[in-house]
Ligand binder design. Sequence first.
Ligand code: SAM
Length: 223
Amino acid sequence: MRFDIITIFPEIFDSYFSESILKRAQQKKLIEIKVHNLRDYTADKHKTVDDKPYGGGPGMVMRIEPLIKAVQFAKSKIKNQKSKIILFFPAGKQFDNKMAIDLAKEYKQLILICGRYEGVDERIQKVIRNWKLEISELSIGPYVLTGGEIPAMVLIDSVSRQIPGVLGKTESLEEKRFGAGLPVYTRPEHFVFKNKKYRVPKVLLSGNHQLIEKWRKKRLKND
Ligand code: SAM
């Protein structure tokens, strides 16, 4: 899977993608992450990426020309394979784990557009559709962030863990068996804080794997 991120703050991504599981996934060539500075796709001296909104109002709008140029460049890197353009938008369709699974299965490239200011010139959607490419507006939750960079990290992280080989064997197996969100404990068996004892559920210490399995399934259903 190749991820192309279009942003005006490329450095934001440096540290997150250079650590842990996602770093390993890139080294193993299971995923490829390319970050594009939108300013590199402008044609004017000042590298302008935004302008005033038609109809008036506060805030600025991201200009369509550099965005389309950046998408065109990213798309040219993956020919004859399925790509999807994702526009982050607070009022877009709610992104969830099922979507992450489907994206990982169906596409070879995701081109992620990180909005800033008041958002992106609305015409981008029509242009991309007329170009016969797929585009979706996605939200990562019912709140407004300052930009689409955190949503891009969220999406790349959750889609990547669905790609075979990205997670360690045991980790992916546990998730498949029980689903996400299983409560877990480790040593010490008794943790004491301010004279109070916090214990590990007894069943987990019992060594009875059937009982443990039953407890885990129940805990997930109840949570
Ligand atoms: N008034 C604008 C609106 O309602 O769309 C707010 C834009 S927000 C300050 C700037 C950018 O951050 C958006 O264009 C989008 O790319 C991103 N963004 C903010 N919140 C988001 C969310 N919950 N999910 C996905 N993207 C979000």
